[in-house]
Design a binder for this molecule. Sequence first.
Ligand SMILES: NC(=O)c1ccc[n+]([C@@H]2O[C@H](COP(=O)([O-])OP(=O)(O)OC[C@H]3O[C@@H](n4cnc5c(N)ncnc54)[C@H](O)[C@@H]3O)[C@@H](O)[C@H]2O)c1
Length: 387
Amino acid sequence: MAQDILRVGLIGCGNVVSYGHRPALTTLADVELVALADVTPERRLIGREWFGLSDENLYASYAPILARQDVDAVVVTVPQKFRRQIVLDALAAGKHVLSEKPLASTPAVANELCEAAERSELTFGIVHNYHFFPEYRLIKHLVDGGEIGDLRVLTLNYLGVIDYPGAAEYQADWRHTMDAGGGVLIDMIHAVYLAEWLAGEQAIQVNAFVDAPTYADQNPVIEDLALLQVAFPSRYALINMAWGQGVGGVDVSGSDGQIRMRYEDYQTSGFNQPIELYSVKNWQRTDHVIPNLPAHMDNIAHSFTALWADFRDAIRENRAPVAPARAGERALQLALAGYLSSATGKTITLPLPVDHPVYEHGINGILQADIWEESRTKSAGLFGLRD
Ligand SMILES: NC(=O)c1ccc[n+]([C@@H]2O[C@H](COP(=O)([O-])OP(=O)(O)OC[C@H]3O[C@@H](n4cnc5c(N)ncnc54)[C@H](O)[C@@H]3O)[C@@H](O)[C@H]2O)c1
C-alpha cells in the first residue's frame, strides 16, 4: 500500500456497486478506486461516471488490472459463477481480494479459493456486510455480555426479501437461473452467516423445507422460500427466508430472557432502518438505543463503508478481517445443506463430505442425491428435479 492509501481495482460494476461499494469507495479518504473492469460496455461507462475514472482505467477484462503495479487489492463483484478464476488469478498476481457473497457456487470452489489465500500472505475478505449493521452489533454485544443468560434459540425472519433483478444492461434475470447457485437463500445468505456469528459456534446439522410458491406458475428452477432449522453444538437457529412481503426481524431466546429487534412494519433486514430493539428479563422490558448512522448514509451504504474500512485495516495490521472468506465457505455449505435436506427429507450433518455431489457441484449435485418423492422441492421442480 503506497502512502498508506489502499488502491483498488473493481471487477464487475453492477447493482451492488451502485448502493454498496460506490458510497464506500467514494467516502473513505484512504481507499481509492483506480481501475475498473466489466464485460458490459454500458456498465463500464456508468462506472466511469460514478468514480470519475479516465478511459484508460476502464477495461473489458480483469487481466490488465491484475498486471498493474498500482493496484493493491481487487473487489470481485461479478455473479458468483465467474468468481473462481478471477480470485485465483488475483491471488497469484499478489493482490488482496475482497469477494462479494456468496463466495462461490460450490463448497469445493469456495474451499479452493480459501486454501489459495491461506497459502499466500494476502488478505481474503468477503462482503458479509450485515456484520456492520448497528442493530446486529448491538444484539451480538448483548448476547455476549450475558444479557439473556445462555443463548438457546435464534430466530432470523427474512420473509420479506426484495427480489432485485440484476443490472438491465447485463442479464437482469441471472439470479433466477441455476447459474446463481440457489435462490433467495443464496441471495440473502446474510442471515446464514449472522446465525453462526451470533451463536458463536459452527453449525453441525440442518433440516429444511425449500419451495417456490410465489413463482410456481413460472416453472422456477430455484427457490423463493427456504425454512431452515440449524443445530449448533449447544444452541439452535431458525432461519426463515422468502422473496416477498412477509415478516422480518430477529428474536433471540436465552436461558434468562429474550431480545427482539424489529424494523418498521416488520420489514426484513437490508434497506430498512431498525425501529425497536429491546430485551426482556424476568418479564421486565429494557429498551436499547441503536447507535445512529451518519446522517448521509442508510444502513446498506454505512455497512459497506465500515466493511471496507475493516478490510483496509486488516491489510495494514496483517490480521483477519471481521468477515473472512472462510466464513463464506461455511455459510455456503450450510445453505446448500438446507437444499439437500429438503430434497431428501433428511437432516444433513455438516460439514459435507468433500466427495459429496453437493460439495463438489453445488445445486447441480442435488440430482444425484437420494430424492424423497414427497419433497416439496421436488414437486416444485427446483434444482433440476422437474419430472
Ligand atoms: N453484499 C450484498 O449485500 C450484495 C447485494 C447484492 C449483490 N451482491 C452480490 O454481488 C454480486 C453481483 O450482484 P449484482 O446485483 O451487482 O449483479 P448485476 O447483474 O447487477 O451486476 C453484475 C455485473 O458483473 C458484470 N460481469 C459479469 N461477468 C463479468 C466478468 N467475467 N468480468 C467482469 N464483469 C463481469 C456484468 O456486466 C454486470 O455489470 C453477486 O455475487 C451478488 O450475490 C451482494
